[in-house]
Design a protein. Structure first.
Length: 306
């Protein structure tokens, strides 16, 4: 009887824990299903449909949208969409590299400051991102317009013709991407630098390693998890960015996000827009897989969690 009572008590405890876990997980799971899984499934269905009147999808199922995304149309092959994809990859790669180059010294410098100043400096890095992205982009439009100090300096250096501005241009798009995503790289790197084992750095210096070799062998492996996390936070949203290329590019630097948005709006071709969105999802999964593999190789066999 005592054993049966204990078994029943344990059973009720397991049921209670299961119910508690269910109620804890259910809201998040429902949110993910409704706002992530279902829209993705809808996009996948639309991408394989035919473009009907006014751009709305209709049956039958076809691969026309993916062929158009590759540049094939009723007039033959056109490299426009292919160039857009290459431009998106190039802008993403360039912006990510520049963000890393700027964020590394900033994150390191913050960790060398006194503890009472670190929170203030991190706040200064994060505060600009509290402002709406459109407002910040309009601010860069004003800073890079003709007649501004930056444009006058570029004209004096011979970078741009007279009476021209740095906006709109691919340079302005890259600058906007770097400015927008810098906090997303600084914060993970700062967290990694806080855990830095300075004994390894001192050992490398005692062995007369050059500053570059000291960084590569003693600092870089320890900050690799933060670098990979920051790269994911920067590269993935930058690849599908819409606002910055649209405003700072002035229609001259269209990226994949602009192509997708235009098909759902002015282009009136929902299947093509959905195919572009699916391509961005595929690129995201490939990027995540590649980052995990790179982290596993460079991390000495220990897989980096992203």
């Amino acid at each position: 009887m005592v054993e049966s009572s204990r078994t029943a008590s344990r059973g009720r405890g397991v049921v209670g824990e299961s119910q508690h876990l269910l109620f804890s997980v259910a809201p998040g799971a429902i949110w993910i299903v409704v706002f992530l899984v279902l829209p993705s499934l809808y996009l996948m269905a639309v991408a394989f449909m035919t473009n009907g009147p006014y751009g709305l999808p209709q049956m039958p199922l076809t691969l026309d949208s993916f062929e158009q995304l590759a540049g094939f149309g009723f007039l033959g092959w056109s490299p426009g969409n292919f160039y857009t994809l290459l431009r998106s990859l190039w802008q993403t790669l360039l912006a990510t590299v520049l963000v890393v180059m700027v964020a590394y010294p900033i994150a390191y410098y913050i960790t060398t400051c006194r503890m009472k100043w670190r929170a203030i400096m991190l706040l200064l890095v994060v505060v600009p991102s509290w402002t709406n992205q459109v407002i910040r982009t309009f601010g860069w439009m004003n800073l890079l317009a003709p007649g501004t100090p930056l444009s006058d300096l570029a004209q004096w250096l011979g970078v741009i013709p007279p009476n021209m501005g740095l906006y709109p241009s691919n340079f302005a798009v890259t600058l906007g991407l770097v400015y927008n995503f810098l906090p997303f790289m600084v914060l993970p790197l700062y967290a990694a630098f806080e855990k830095l084992d300075t004994a390894q750095v001192q050992a490398a210096q005692d062995l007369y390693a050059s500053p570059m070799r000291t960084f590569w062998h003693a600092v870089f492996p320890q900050t690799l998890p933060g670098l990979l996390a920051g790269t994911v936070l920067v590269a993935i949203p930058a690849f599908g960015m819409y606002v910055i290329p649209e405003l700072l590019g002035g229609g001259k630097g269209m990226m994949l996000g602009n192509l997708v948005a235009n098909q759902f709006a002015g282009g009136s071709n929902w299947p093509l827009g959905a195919a572009g969105a699916i391509l961005m999802l595929i690129a995201t999964f490939i990027g995540l897989f590649a980052m995990r593999r790179i982290g596993k190789r460079l991390g000495g066999g220990e897989e980096v969690v992203i």
